[in-house]
Design a protein around this ligand. Structure first.
Ligand code: MN
Length: 319
């Protein structure tokens, strides 16, 4: 069994149940109850799921949306700190089994940057996870330059995790099955990433690192089309230093979280490079056994499997 590091593995901190309940519309009622129990466990149950598939270290992150759904800035700042202190205690007690992505109060970008720095320098975190838009603000907004600059200086990635858009887009009317993990989260999160690319965030911060789950939210499949069409569509209003696809080869990494399927894996490897694809489960929303058995049997070389399962994570996160 190939040793593994997994990057999109969730927990729930005390006081975050109400935010998490906002995702109930996107999850089956049976799974929702089971998930809450699994999310609050840091002991035998979680470790057994990791051991079963060879996960040596799980990088834990708060189950969304967390304070990204908070409207009061002071509350978001205080709760994010509390969440990060809570996970840090479990990380310290875990003998290296648990690492963490910080939870950030994106309502106040300077406070988010300071909290990221505190988490990385003082608490051993390896990056941050942000659950999509915050009260309608996306991370390409100029206000977030302070956060991208700090993350680049610290050398850590920011992982954008799916959540719902700020409004209910007309294109989903009458189709509740499309609103959530089946499709709208992919559209929303892929679009968020493209706002960063086309908004020039990676020209302004060439060392910024972005992580996306779900095999890159379909974007690796579209790189050629981004390159061939973007200058026509943008009508000269924006300038980029490079072709859009080049940022996917310099600033962006993707995880297998929540996708146990050979075809998109092959596409992600071929489009982005094997060093940009990292194994994850999306525990407890995906079964660890299914994700582990799938990657062990996937039609890739032994070198590719080792890179995807642990080598790339060690390089990107410094583990
Ligand atoms: Mn997830």
């Amino acid at each position: 069994m190939t040793p593994k590091i997994a990057l999109e593995e969730h927990f729930l901190a005390p006081g975050f149940e109400e935010y998490f309940a906002k995702t109930a519309i996107n999850i089956s009622p049976a799974l929702f109850g089971k998930a809450a129990a699994a999310l609050t466990d840091f002991g035998d149950r979680r470790l057994a799921a990791m051991d079963q598939i060879g996960v040596e270290t799980a990088v834990l992150s708060l189950a969304g949306p967390g304070v990204q759904a908070e409207t009061e800035t002071a509350t978001a700042i205080a709760k994010a700190k509390g969440c990060n202190d809570f996970l840090a205690r479990h990380m310290a007690d875990s003998k290296g089994r648990y690492s963490g992505f910080a939870h950030l109060p994106t309502q106040d970008p300077a406070a988010a940057a300071d909290e990221l720095q505190r988490c990385v320098r003082d608490l051993g975190y390896v990056g941050a996870m942000i659950n999509g838009q915050t009260n309608g603000a996306y991370l390409d907004d100029d206000r977030f330059s302070v956060l991208w600059e700090r993350a680049a200086d610290l050398g850590v990635p920011i992982y954008i995790h799916p959540y719902n858009p700020p409004d209910f887009p007309y294109m989903f009317h009458g189709h509740p099955e499309l609103f959530g993990p089946v499709w709208s989260w992919t559209v929303e999160t892929g679009n968020h990433a493209l706002r960063l690319v086309f908004g020039g965030v990676f020209d302004r911060f060439p060392k910024a690192k972005l992580l996306l789950g779900h095999m890159g939210e379909t974007l690796p499949y579209q790189l050629w089309r981004f390159d061939s069409r973007w200058e026509i569509s943008n009508r000269g209003t924006r300038r980029l230093a490079r072709k859009p696809s080049e940022y996917f080869h310099r600033n962006i990494w993707v995880t297998t979280a929540g996708v146990c399927s050979d075809e998109p894996l092959r596409c992600a490897i071929d489009a982005m490079g094997c060093d940009r694809v990292l194994f994850s489960v999306d525990y407890p929303f995906e079964r660890a056994s299914e994700a582990g058995e799938w990657i062990e049997a996937a039609p890739i070389s032994a070198d590719e499997r080792a890179a995807i399962c642990h080598g790339n994570a060690r390089a990107l996160l410094g583990l």
